[in-house]
Ligand binder design. Structure first.
Ligand code: TMO
Length: 315
């Protein structure tokens, strides 16, 4: 072997040592418990990360959990991570969990918003939208048998932690929240109103599949500041918190247990790097809610289509 070749071989040696095959033995064969929640993109992303971890040799389990209670479970090391922590609905529970042992595994590129939303044609019946005062002036148009003289706001399932009844009270609005039990009911209410061009205002968020299917926009409430959630004196109502909208450019983060980092450090590094954009999250929801795929198959398809993205997360 020439000296030059020897040098080359020597230079390549570190790469050989550090190139870990995809099916290398995991640090621990105990299952990593991935928390699943009750909206579509979260379930698809959980499956993407779960399948990618399996490819790396890890055992995984999916654990459905309440959106607020999951934070206690993760802080207690009973569950290992949740892939979509939305600022608008989870900031308070997330902050509490970090204070009691959970770990912030970093933010996605995605910028999020969760708030009251209406299809565009509603603007014709309520001039002045998207301002919330214009919506409130128009409340009678949203009245139903259930809400009497008040307008109906089709609200999210209780565990999404939105405090909308409190907001309605704090802003002294002529609305009543009627919460749904599950996301599918939100879309059914929207579709039913949309087909008849009837006024409807409901909870929605972005990124979501809805924006690709329906033209609409968010109601603009008093601009969010942290103090709105904690300081009654903040905002138009001096005696109440929640007299503001949700963040219009919220974060999307990942939360995990301390045990994840201790027991499966390479998986923890992988989770820190995992990162989805608005377009990818909307697409994840669309594959299931529009195209009718299962979350498992949607995850498989995403992995097959986006090798360049996820390869960068795997070391
Ligand atoms: C937590 N969510 C995205 C359903 O608003």
């Amino acid at each position: 072997m020439s000296f030059r070749k020897l040098l080359l071989a020597g230079a390549c040696l570190p790469m050989l040592v550090f190139a870990i095959p995809a099916n290398a033995a995991p640090e621990s064969t105990d299952p990593i418990k991935i928390v699943t929640n009750n909206w579509t993109s979260q379930v698809v992303l959980s499956n993407i990360i779960g399948q990618l971890l399996q490819q790396q040799g890890y055992n995984i389990e999916y654990k459905p959990s309440d959106t607020q209670l999951q934070f206690t479970a993760i802080a207690n090391n009973d569950m290992d991570f949740q892939i979509e922590v939305w600022e608008g609905s989870m900031a308070e529970s997330f902050a509490k969990s970090l204070a009691s042992g959970a770990i912030d595994y970093g933010a996605h590129d995605a910028v999020t918003r969760e708030d009251w939303w209406y299809p565009k044609y509603v603007k014709e019946v309520c001039p002045g939208l998207p301002d919330w005062k214009a919506l409130d002036a128009c409340a009678a148009k949203f009245a139903t048998a259930e809400t009497g003289a008040k307008g109906r706001f089709v609200g999210p399932p209780a565990d999404w932690g939105k405090h909308y009844s409190e907001r309605i009270q704090a802003l002294n609005m002529n609305f009543q929240e009627v919460p749904v039990g599950q996301a599918a009911t939100l879309w059914a209410e929207l579709q039913a109103a949309y087909d008849r061009k009837e006024p409807v205002v409901l909870f929605n968020w972005t990124p979501n599949f809805i924006e690709a299917k329906f033209d609409g926009e968010f109601v603009e409430f008093p601009k969010y500041e942290k103090a709105c959630l904690t300081d009654p004196k903040w905002g138009s109502n001096p005696d109440a918190v929640y007299d503001c909208g949700a963040p219009a450019s919220g974060y999307l983060k990942k939360v995990g247990s301390k045990e994840l980092a201790e027991k499966w450090p390479k998986a923890a590094e992988f989770l820190k790097k995992a990162n989805f954009s608005n377009a990818e999250i909307a697409k994840a929801a669309m594959m299931v809610d529009v195209d009718g795929m299962t979350p498992e198959d949607a995850a498989k398809k995403w992995i097959a289509d986006n090798e360049t993205i996820w390869k960068a997360w795997v070391n």
